[in-house]
Design a protein. Structure first.
Length: 393
């Protein structure tokens, strides 16, 4: 398993008191009962009910920290190494040790595993749908606190590396400093929010302010604030011709879903795609797919319209950054429309249906004797056959 890109912080929830407070009470009571009637050595199988990409590192870091704090031994048998695809119900790992020592850890270890694996799978799929596009992780504002922020950034990096092994560009960075290490960076990327444009009064003035303050940085400008994406984008390009010619200028499309990009309507959206990707609209589409192609907001037609305008005005090296709802489905539609996107900024790898993120741990052996509740026999060990690519503890 590759080392993380930055220093690991000591988990804050490894004390017995913290674990007891956060775990489900029946696990605490099980621990007390087993301690009274006699400990036993058990093996847990840990799995999810849907296909995922294995992202166990945060959970394993925590588990090893708890083992060190308690002075206990846990055998960890990883069946699918970080970044490997895992089928529904296929154990990601087996944990073996004292039932007294392990019984109160289940709640927290599952919290640290399930959502990360699903988010990693989402990120992996997104990167493979648009293999020639660079991605920027922008999930932090949608996370419920620092722990989720760390988990989602880690998951995106795992899914990205898995896709990169298959030839995709993947995630090149993220939007904040705290989790940039997961992407091999020392700081986050980003230039301006809509608030800066509102403060400046015009899109061009916001670009000037940014460039005066950070003259050595590439410039990415939001162009949808006043609903004049094409007009304001071209004005910025003309204001900074050297940046435009040097590939140091990008236009970020973040058009609100309640309106079309400047110059588009349903008819013109179809016409734009007819010019560039006619095959994308000549078969049956769901309502969602049609919206991604020719609807309001940042559609494939919107991206092509912006590219047309930049090229016709003599700015072929100005890049396009697209954001707003770029989940797996939208990435797939953009790929089919051959949308000329250079970078996608997205946090949509965050799991959509949270009930799909629930990881489960079942005991499958007691003192070496296979035993599991009826219906979960598929979790029993099957020797080395289950391991992928030399997985190990």
């Amino acid at each position: 398993m590759p080392k993380r890109g930055g220093p690991a912080s000591a988990p804050s929830d490894t004390t017995d008191a913290a674990i007891a407070a956060r775990t489900d009470s029946y696990f605490n009571r099980t621990k007390a009962i087993v301690a009274r009637f006699g400990d036993t050595r058990v093996t847990y199988a840990v799995f999810l009910r849907r296909p995922v990409v294995s992202a166990p590192r945060l959970m394993l870091d925590w588990l090893r920290a708890v083992a060190a704090a308690r002075g206990m031994e846990i055998k960890i048998e990883v069946m699918h190494e970080e970044g490997q695809w895992v089928g529904a119900g296929d154990p990601l790992l087996y944990l073996t040790g004292s039932l007294v020592a392990l019984s109160d850890l289940e709640t927290i270890l599952l919290q640290k595993l399930g959502a990360a694996c699903v988010a990693a799978h989402n990120a992996y799929q997104m990167c493979l749908e648009l293999p020639q596009v660079a991605f920027l992780a922008m999930e932090a504002r949608h996370c419920a606190g620092a722990e989720m922020q760390e988990m989602m950034a880690y998951a995106a990096s795992v899914g990205s590396r898995a896709a990169q092994r298959e030839g995709a560009k993947g995630f090149i960075g993220n939007a904040n400093d705290a989790t940039a290490h997961w992407f091999g960076q020392t700081s986050g990327y980003g230039t301006m929010p809509h608030a800066l444009i509102g403060y400046a009064g015009t899109t061009v003035r916001a670009a000037e302010m940014f460039h005066e303050t950070f003259p050595d940085q590439a410039l990415t400008v939001l162009v949808d604030y006043f609903g004049r994406e094409v007009t304001d984008g071209l004005a910025v390009a003309r204001r900074f011709p050297d940046l435009a010619a040097g590939g140091q200028l990008a236009m970020r499309l973040d058009t609100h879903g309640g309106r079309f990009l400047e110059g588009l309507d349903p008819a013109e959206s179809y016409a734009v795609l007819e010019r560039h990707a006619p095959g994308a609209i000549r078969r049956y589409r769901s309502e969602t797919e049609l919206r991604h192609l020719v609807g309001t907001g940042v559609s494939a037609a919107a991206v092509w319209k912006m590219r047309e305008a930049l090229d016709q005005a003599g700015f072929p090296k100005v890049r396009i950054v697209a954001s707003s709802g770029f989940g797996v489905g939208k990435c797939r539609v953009m790929a089919e429309a051959k949308a000329p996107i250079d970078v996608v900024g997205t946090g949509s790898f965050i799991p959509d249906a949270w009930n799909e993120t629930y990881a489960t741990a079942d005991i499958v052996e007691y003192d070496g004797v296979p035993r599991v509740k009826v219906g979960r026999e598929f979790l029993l060990r099957h020797g080395e056959a289950r391991k992928k690519n030399g997985g190990h503890g």
